[in-house]
Design a protein around this ligand. Structure first.
Ligand code: GLN
Length: 487
């Protein structure tokens, strides 16, 4: 059994195509490891029968020579993606019984390429959070450090924990301000947020529409390349979808980085970053230099305004997107004697505290008296942040930063919302600028928790991001397995 779990996505795919293993045995091994690791709480819904029947279909195709790129690969789906006939809750009480009648474009792309669904993965409620603690059904536990209950990060905490615990060969995530990269960093895996527009948002529960972007969480950079190949693509149903063909990312894995310029932004090395992260950040710079890259100090002067701008724009868009949960059109409804009371009870009982906080901030900053002072100002700051990146990309090819200021923290130690928001300090700027970023594990800190480093590329340069990330991955040689992973 364990040999099956040892295979990463690329290796499993090869073994399937060479008929050394079958999708049915691989899928069964993953279903078993879902049950072995169920105490982590990563899955909200397991679709065993569907997984088995999709695996059998894949095995037929593998035998008759019509196998597709992800044929027979069992994966988990963040509960923000609508899946036809499978409950999709966005980890919220208000959607606890919502069964979509349609499939999101990204998940459909994955099924069209032969992937097998294992189930739906927990996340922060409506993807708002950095610790997975805002999930209505409770937090997911990070599989690292078995003797302590650590946060898997958020909002794609279930996705990251499942991949690290080997209860999914890969998973989908969504990233609005860091929700793929931060949990990937906390769980010692790879998380890639593509350029805004690369993956269709159609059928993904909307949080902040100008920032939301889907991407893969995987064990390795090549696994991420293979997943993103299938997930990305133009979609007429999303007006912000980019009509650009994604080159086959697998062709870029071994291109190296000789002569490439890597920018080191001085604003990303201030106080408050853990010592071990600084150490591995410096090591990563050396590794890239040793592989032939030129290291160039750069400045992104508006970085300090990124979080304040994000925490105006994201709640503003969220307050408008979440207006649809009114007890009439979607999800739960609380009966009452008047329409207003029905709205109040439905939304009051259906949403958790963090979601309510965002709705209140959002409606406030959009209200007519404050719109110019907050929302419009934040949009202007967003423009300046984007221009910072545009200026830097005239001089360098990629930017290297830590993914997070600290490694994972203990669950249940109630942090105030502002401290929680600081988790995203290194991921939010690229989100505001719509740029692709990847977090990959490069080492462990003193307590044995994984450290993630982030690479940010220019718009639509996912191929270059993959080549550079692969070099860093090879140099770091991170091959630790979480203590709580399925054996
Ligand atoms: N943690 C950030 C937030 O709470 C980012 C979430 C996300 O990227 N979905 O908004």
């Amino acid at each position: 059994m364990s040999e099956l779990l040892d295979l990463n996505l690329v290796e499993a795919s090869k073994a399937l195509k060479n008929k050394e293993i079958s999708s049915l045995e691989l899928t069964k091994a993953y279903l078993k490891s879902i049950s072995d690791t169920s105490s982590l709480g990563a899955y909200l819904e397991i679709v065993e029968d569907k997984a088995i029947s999709m695996a059998k279909e894949s095995d037929k195709k593998l035998i008759d020579g019509t196998a597709r790129p992800l044929e027979g690969i069992p994966i988990g789906i963040k509960d923000m993606f609508c899946t036809k006939d499978i409950k999709t809750t966005a980890s919220s009480k208000i959607l606890e019984n919502f069964i979509p009648t349609y499939e999101s474009t990204v998940t459909q792309n994955l099924w069209n390429d032969g992937a097998v669904i294992l189930g739906k993965l927990s996340c922060d409620e409506f993807a708002m959070g950095s610790s997975n603690e805002t999930a209505a059904k409770g937090n997911v536990i990070n599989p690292w450090l078995k003797n302590k209950k650590m946060s898997p990060g958020g909002s794609s905490g279930g996705s990251a924990a499942a991949v690290a615990a080997r209860s999914a060969l890969a998973a989908t995530g969504t990233d609005t301000g860091g929700s793929i990269r931060q949990p990937a960093a906390f769980c010692g895996i790879t998380g890639l947020k593509p350029t805004y527009g690369r993956c269709s948002r159609w059928g993904i529960v909307a949080f902040s529409s100008s920032l939301d972007q889907a991407g893969p969480l995987t064990r390795t950079v090549s696994d991420a390349a293979l997943m993103l190949n299938s997930m990305a693509g133009y979609d007429q149903k999303d007006s912000t979808s980019a009509n650009l063909k994604m080159p086959d990312l697998m062709d870029y894995l071994d291109k190296g980085i000789k002569g490439k310029k890597i920018g080191i932004p001085k604003e990303y090395t201030q106080d408050g970053i853990s010592e071990d992260i600084v150490k591995f950040y410096e090591k990563s710079i050396d590794w890239l230099r040793d592989e032939g890259a030129e290291i160039i100090p750069v400045s992104l002067p508006h970085t300090k305004y990124a979080l304040p701008a994000y925490y105006i724009i994201a709640p503003a868009e969220a307050s408008s997107n979440l207006a649809r949960y009114d007890g009439v059109r979607y999800g739960a409804r609380q009966e009452a004697s008047s329409l207003d009371e029905m709205y109040e009870l439905t939304r009051g009982n259906g949403f958790g505290d963090e979601v309510k906080r965002r709705i209140m901030i959002g409606t406030y900053v959009l209200s007519s008296g404050y719109y110019d002072a907050y929302y419009l100002k934040a949009q202007k700051v967003r423009r300046l942040i984007k221009e910072d990146f545009e200026n830097v990309y005239k001089k360098v090819d990629y930017i290297l930063t830590p993914s997070t200021p600290t490694t994972s923290f203990e669950l249940g130690k109630k942090q105030d919302p502002l401290t929680m928001y600081l988790n995203d300090i290194f991921t939010v700027p690229a989100s505001l600028a719509g740029l692709p970023g990847i977090s990959l594990p490069v080492g462990l800190d003193k307590s044995g928790l994984p450290i993630g480093i982030q690479l940010i590329a220019n718009s639509f340069d996912e191929p270059g991001l993959i080549s550079t990330a692969r070099v860093l991955e090879m140099s770091a040689g991170f091959n630790f397995i979480a203590d709580g992973a399925a054996k």
